[in-house]
Design a protein around this ligand. Structure first.
Ligand code: NAD
Ligand code: AKB
Length: 313
């Protein structure tokens, strides 16, 4: 039997590109997009879309059974910056959404679940450089706390109930097809738009604030490679570190200046800098490399070239 996939949060930064890629590789008729809000035209035109609130558990069950869904990618969440503005709702959405899907999977109705974690699971007491897979994790944001708790629950559902749930701790993601949805790393997308629009950008992070980042093409490939890997290769059921590149606002600005010589960056630091201060500079992804042959393809130079080319079109 072929997989029938449901992507929840399909109108978001990752969902938009994940749906398009999954439809390409698994067949458009096998991939259903779901979200509270309507996705973009390309996602809408390419296959089925259902409006779904993941907090409405009976509605999620109906969509899953009506469409004979076998795999769920659960992307609906509040990200770090938005979550700090509404901590209780962030906790509710990020946790209850996950429980709704894990409980349906526990009954054997869904065969596989993908749920993303984040580098936000690390905190000020974690090692900053080359942060290992397993280390001290004391996140201080509501988003980080919800991701860390989510990781523990994913592992619990795997151990106790055999739920095949797989996860990646995404770094900050940079894309041109879809805009980011309220994170601390969003500046690294906006900077390309502003560079092309008016050759100047005001950054809310400190010029030397280095963070782990990844080009969306690599992130989507990682997600599908993890989900397609043989079950015996998946040794980690909390969430895998993956690494792409690391850069500061100053460094990304310099890489843009190599293409747009007059580009200027200014700084007006806000509360998001405090969040970023608690996250790693760089991540070690040795477990993902060993277990399912993960390897990133894009560095800062290639990504900048690609982003500017695609956004100018
Ligand atoms: P996003 O904010 O761009 O998209 C989330 C989508 O979920 C939105 O389209 C939103 O409408 C939808 N949504 C919100 N509440 C919903 C609900 N109740 N029911 C159904 N849909 C709902 O986020 P994203 O960047 O695409 O992130 C997706 C996941 O990946 C999140 O779990 C996020 O924490 C994780 N992640 C993202 C990044 C990143 O840089 N983008 C990094 C690390 C982890
Ligand atoms: C955010 O900044 O909140 C996300 C993330 C790293 O989880 N991009």
């Amino acid at each position: 039997m072929s997989e029938k996939i449901l992507v929840i949060g399909a109108a978001g930064q990752i969902g938009t590109e994940l749906v398009l890629k999954l439809r390409e590789s698994k067949g458009a008729e096998n991939v259903i997009a779901a979200d509270l809000k309507k996705p973009n035209e390309e996602v809408l035109a390419g296959g089925k879309f259902v409006q779904l609130d993941i907090l409405d558990e009976p509605a999620a069950r109906t969509v899953i059974s009506d469409n004979s869904i076998t795999e769920v990618y659960l992307l609906a969440a509040l990200l770090s910056a938005t979550a700090e503005k509404n901590p209780m709702f962030a906790w509710k959405l990020n946790m209850d959404g996950l429980f709704n899907i894990l409980n349906i999977a526990k009954e054997g109705i869904i065969k596989k679940v993908f749920w993303p974690s984040s580098i936000a699971v690390f905190g000020p007491s974690s090692p900053k450089k080359n942060t290992p897979q397993t280390t001290i994790m004391e996140p201080i944001t509501v988003y980080g706390i919800s991701k860390q708790a989510g990781e523990r629950w994913c592992e619990y559902y795997f151990r106790q109930y055999g739920v095949d749930v797989r996860s990646i701790r995404y770094p900050g993601l940079i894309s041109y097809k879809s805009l980011p949805g309220g994170g601390t790393t969003d500046y690294a997308v906006d900077i390309y738009y502003k560079a092309l629009e008016n050759a100047s950008f005001t950054c809310f992070l400190d010029e030397n604030m280095k963070l782990p980042m990844m080009y969306m093409e690599d992130a989507i490939r990682a997600t599908i490679e993890l989900m397609d890997a043989p079950i015996e290769n998946i040794k980690i059921r909390s969430s895998y570190n993956i690494s792409g590149m690391s850069f500061s606002p100053k460094e990304i600005a310099q890489s843009i200046q190599n293409h747009i010589s007059g580009f200027k960056i200014n700084y007006s630091i806000d509360y998001r800098n405090k969040i970023a201060e608690t996250w790693p500079d760089s991540i070690s992804d040795s477990s993902a490399r060993e277990d399912w042959d993960w390897e990133a393809r894009y560095g800062l130079k290639e990504m900048t070239k690609n982003m500017l080319k695609n956004l100018s079109q």
